[in-house]
Ligand binder design. Structure first.
Ligand code: GTP
Ligand code: MG
Length: 240
């Protein structure tokens, strides 16, 4: 198993206590103690992210074993960086506290599931959502209702119990389910949009082309899906 060197919140606290005892600055330590809590909270988000990805790997393997078909092409997972957590809280005018993160940010832990076919997106997400130990907090189906720019994906926020010495901590994980075609479009569009030196007007010039690309990809996806259904039969797990 992989072992990382981790920042220990206990050690951090010990050092902070020493700082307080030698007390030069009164204001700083309180904020610094929040850092220790933040380290603990991020460990919980990480646990939730691993639990969800393990569940998905198990489902994918089961499909391979039982149906000789792997629905998941690949997965990506990430924890939101400290910078983008702060940026998002500030953008929404929310306080920069751990409580505020817990109450307002549901995408600190994120898993992206890239499936081969659209049928796979719905069967994998339905099987995951049906699992009795996790809860579905929110669903946004941008496949049935694509965004105006052409973005498609199924977003589900789950609450996952992470068991620590203190008991179960229900923790949100944002899962984005999409096909390879949806991922191709979203990855390139994201890279174009976030290229730091580009101005909005320049990107707007290409708005219609991007939308056309999204539609073309959707057509290709539908045709490939039709061939797959013809050869392999109806999907296991059904559509939503
Ligand atoms: P955020 O503040 O971005 O989290 O918005 P939200 O909470 O309304 O979430 P939503 O479910 O609409 O989208 C969140 C995530 O989906 C983003 O962080 C992206 O990863 C992805 N996403 C949403 N819209 C787009 C889009 O137009 N293009 C691309 N490339 N990705 C998108
Ligand atoms: Mg989000």
């Amino acid at each position: 198993l992989d072992r990382q060197n981790r920042l220990s919140s206990a050690e951090l606290r010990m050092r902070l206590n020493q700082l307080v005892e030698h007390g030069e600055d009164d204001a700083a330590p309180k904020q610094l103690f929040e850092i220790a809590d933040f380290v603990n909270q991020m460990q919980i988000y990480e646990g939730a992210m691993y639990e969800i990805s393990t569940k998905l790997e198990i489902l994918d393997t089961e499909f391979q074993v039982r149906f000789a078909h792997d629905p998941i092409h690949h997965m990506e997972r990430r924890l939101k960086s400290v910078d983008s957590i702060m940026e998002k809280l500030e953008r929404h005018g929310l306080p920069l506290t751990i409580e505020s993160i817990r109450n307002n940010l549901f995408d600190v832990a994120g898993v992206r599931v890239i499936c081969n076919y659209r049928d796979d997106v719905y069967s994998v997400s339905n099987y995951l959502s049906a699992q009795s130990d996790i809860q579905v907090l929110r669903v946004k189906d941008y496949i049935k209702n694509p965004k105006q720019n052409g973005y498609r994906s199924l977003h589900v926020i789950y609450a996952v119990p992470v068991f620590l010495s203190s008991g179960a901590h229900y923790t949100p994980v944002e899962v984005q389910f999409r096909t390879i075609a949806m991922d191709y479009w979203a990855s390139l569009e994201h890279a174009l949009r976030y290229k730091s030196d580009i101005d909005d007007a320049k990107l707007n010039e290409h708005e219609q082309t991007l939308l056309d690309c999204a539609r073309s990809l959707q057509n290709v996806e539908t045709q490939m899906q039709t061939i797959h259904r013809d050869i392999n039969g109806a999907p296991q797990g059904g559509e939503a």
